[in-house]
Design a protein around this ligand. Sequence first.
Ligand code: TYD
Length: 402
Amino acid sequence: MRIELRYGKAKYISFIILDVLCLLLANVLASWLYLNHTETGGYTYTQYSPVVLIMVVIDILVTALLNTLCRVLRRGTQREIKEGIKHISVSFVLLAVVLFFLRAGAAYSRVTVFLAYTFYFLFFVGSHIVWKRVLQSLRKRPERKTAILMTTDRFVDEGIDQLEKLHIDVKNIWLLKNLDIKTIKDIDVVGTYEEAASVICWKMLDKVYIYGLDHHMVPGYLLKACREMRLKFNLVDFNYRIIEIKTIENKDPAMGALSFLEGKRDIPFPIRRVYWITKTEAERRRGFHAHKLNCQLLFCPYGVIDIILDDGQKRTTVTLDRPGKGLLLMPGLWREMVWKQSDSVLCVLASEYYEAKEYIRDYDEFIEYNSRYRDLADPLKESAAPETVPAESVSRETVSVS
Ligand code: TYD
């Protein structure tokens, strides 16, 4: 409830008020039906009104304690009915207990209470469904779309800039593995899955963007939340990017050239590892793997190396044939390297420490890994979202970044 109030205060309170109104209406209807049309032995509205007051208090308590409005904006009719049954049966039992302790049960009409709760159940389910629609249609449709950005700490600044270029207003950021950062550029960072799901629900955002993060790293929990809110995932990223490495040629060609790369200026991730491959003979092939999380910058300071990239659908070859050409690779790409000239040197700057688990070394596994989300690209598809890693509901919205 704390999270719901944090991200959707007005909407959440509007549902509580709506429930109270429905409860009052149900009581009016029930007592009108029973008291007006039945022989009640002198039993009056005035006698009944304290019961209604107790009902309202119990109703608010049940909402708070059982969090029966949790996910209200994204739950379907079936779930709404289940929550309605839970909410009303618990309220009913509590009311019975309270009336028992007040020793006042006999003085009030049990029939009226029964009738009131029956009407309340119908109003509860019906009004939630209608109010959800009203809130959706009341949403202002600003020029700029609002979004939550899902990314890693390495790409967060770049991701915000890219969305800015697409005229998307980033309202919240979800950072993989980083629970300590509270805000970035005045944008709230949501730490837990639960909070992120709550943002997706209560803030009624227009879009969900994944940037610089393999979509498989987004937990199923969040995918489910997006699907329930009819939101599609958008990958605003690039699979790879060829970058120009600054190179200073000496006036005297015999003195050679100097190339350099500078941390944040040239590389959009902190460098956690540097390695290089030497002494490889011509036409030898290496690689044959994909990474789940590792971003890399490859360059070849000496020789010629073909880098074959495969995104599971098509293959591209990038030839590294001069020291000034760099290749930035995102996770989720299968790569093979072919040495076109013996003793060519391949240098790699990596965003992650070496971790064997982070590699996919089997091509079929890679295809399976990548196709899992393509098959399920439709967020309206009703298959159950797994609670862990594999992603679905993804559409790729690639922006070219130069
Ligand atoms: P591998 O990734 O198989 O090389 P390539 O894909 O270029 O053919 O790495 C060869 C071996 O080196 C393998 O046993 C893992 C090990 N290794 C490390 O221990 N640390 C590293 O940073 C890298 C890149 C590899």
